[in-house]
Design a protein around this ligand. Structure first.
Ligand SMILES: [Fe+2]
Length: 509
């Protein structure tokens, strides 16, 4: 693909007037729910009061703050947890109504010996600086239609950089998914500008869920809404661009995650399609429709040729995230964190952001298997229920793994509460699910797996933050991954109410 083709595709999405944003899936919801509103006048009393309040007191900068752990950390945990997530939800009298709309903030949690140093800073995207100068939000968000919003020519003009992070070579990238990554100084957390690998790739979407090979090379993709095409990226371990190609594919109006095996890139494409009849002034997710009765499409892309080698249809399952994938003999297995539905999930998120009770997500982990010879697909439901934000031993990304860990909604979650308050681990061999319930008062962020050097698959630690619903504090916990039920082996209480975020990565020293 040449430079002109890239720009034509980028412009095609923009020409549709799409924010081309999105952390997670979407479907039609009542349009009134997507309109920006003034913030709630008073705190709600529901289980989701935290969601309504946590974003209203986020400063531009969290200056470095050192906090001791209650017990020393294992040496393998010397390093940094990088995290990203929506943080700024309000300007003037406008408040975003959807979690995924907020301007991104990058956090560092530097772990050394018996202490953690937390710092955070808003990601100063072009969109952020334009809003700041105007004193209001200028663009529609993923899930919020902003009154008086302005059209834009390129997706990066609406890029909030708020989904994930990727340490790459000597750089730290803040990832959105519908536009460019943003370069962030790992020491100061200052925003350095958009990441542009080449003139031809400038502005093409780069997913928030890249997959990293054991040699450090990186695969990613980008969806080009309205074009039925996917951009495929491969980066070398030093962060330089090795390959970029655009392929034809169905159902690419919004694709949040993919997976890799030793030979393939694996896509599971939902029947979630741009509706040309949708109102032009609707938020992005409200311009997508779930096509009832239509199948999902599983695509395997050959890593060597970057062409589609296998395609099969299966009953559609709504999902945000995939777990690991691998090939064994003539079968490819893909782990899928399925949801009860896209529309119901979006409704739940908006309810939580308004501080109102929300329905459960009805999530369950599936294993989807495709025969490489007959292209038959089988779907198996696992005992991993009410779970999301999957992680596994990244030393075996693309290879068979026995263990998958995730957040879960425990029975102790308050009625109507949105989010997760447990960590769980699924053992595929025994079929057992183990875990730890953080209790009704806590709301957990994604937890990360850190392997034990020299240890077997799944041996190591699970680390992550959780928000206290009642107090101005965030708790950073460390669990032995193979003994989650024993509870945290070490904790640090950070006296800050951090905004509930999305994804992160651990980088060892
Ligand atoms: Fe995600």
């Amino acid at each position: 693909m040449n430079r002109r083709d890239f720009h034509r595709l980028s412009a095609r999405g923009a020409a549709l007037g799409l924010p081309l944003t999105g952390a997670i899936g979407s479907a039609l919801v009542p349009s009134a729910a997507s309109a920006a509103t003034a913030p709630p006048a008073t705190a709600t009393s529901s289980a989701n009061a935290l969601w309504a309040q946590a974003y209203d007191a986020v400063p531009e900068v969290w200056t470095p703050l050192r906090v001791a752990f209650d017990r020393p950390l294992p040496e393998a945990l010397s390093g940094t947890i990088w995290r990203n997530g929506p943080a700024r939800m309000r300007r003037g009298d406008t408040r975003y109504t959807h979690w995924f709309d907020g301007d991104g903030m990058v956090h560092s949690f530097r772990l050394r010996g018996d202490a953690v140093v937390h710092a955070g800073k808003m990601i100063r995207t072009d969109k952020y600086r334009a809003d700041e100068a105007a004193g209001r939000f200028l663009r529609d968000g993923f899930g919020t239609a902003v009154p008086g919003s302005q059209p834009f020519a390129r997706p990066d003009e609406a890029n909030v950089g708020n989904i994930s992070v990727l340490p790459l070579g000597r750089e730290l990238l803040a990832l959105w998914e519908a536009g460019s990554p943003w370069r962030v100084d790992p020491d100061s957390l200052d925003t350095l500008g958009r990441k542009v690998w080449s003139p031809a790739s400038d502005g093409l979407p780069f997913s928030a869920h890249p997959r990293i090979e054991t040699d450090g090379s990186v695969w990613s993709f980008g969806y080009l809404t309205g074009s039925s095409r996917l951009a495929l990226w491969r980066l070398r371990p030093d962060g330089s661009l090795a390959t970029l190609r655009v392929i034809d594919a169905p159902n690419t109006d919004m694709v949040h995650d993919f997976a890799i095996t030793d030979r393939h890139l694996v896509f599971l494409l939902m029947p979630l399609r741009l509706d040309p009849q949708a109102p032009r002034n609707a938020a992005f997710i409200d311009r997508l429709r779930w096509r009832d009765g239509e199948p999902s499409v599983m695509l395997l892309v050959d890593k060597d040729t970057l062409t589609v080698s296998h395609r099969a249809e299966l009953p559609a399952h709504a999902f945000f995230h995939l777990g690991n994938a691998w090939r064994e003999a003539d079968t490819v297995t893909l782990q899928v964190m399925s949801l009860g539905g896209m529309a119901s999930t979006m409704t739940a998120i908006r309810a939580a952001m308004a501080g109102q009770p929300a329905e459960g997500l009805g999530s369950a982990m599936l294993e989807v298997r495709m025969g490489l010879n007959d292209r038959r697909v089988r779907v198996e439901r696992t005992p991993m229920r009410d779970a999301e934000f999957p992680v596994w031993d990244a030393r075996r990304t693309g290879q068979p793994t026995r263990h998958l860990m995730a957040l879960a909604a425990a029975e102790s979650l308050p009625a109507g509460g949105f989010g997760f308050n447990a960590v769980r681990r699924f053992d595929r061999v025994s079929g057992q699910v183990s875990g730890f319930d953080l209790g009704a008062g806590m709301l957990a962020d994604e937890h990360l797996f850190v392997p034990q050097p020299g240890g077997g698959e799944g041996e190591g630690w699970l680390i992550g933050t959780a928000h206290d619903r009642q107090a101005e504090r965030t708790v950073l916990s460390v669990y032995r991954a193979q003994a989650l039920g024993d509870g945290p082996v070490s904790q640090a209480v950070i006296p800050r109410r951090l905004p509930p975020g999305l994804h992160g990565r651990f980088q060892a020293v």
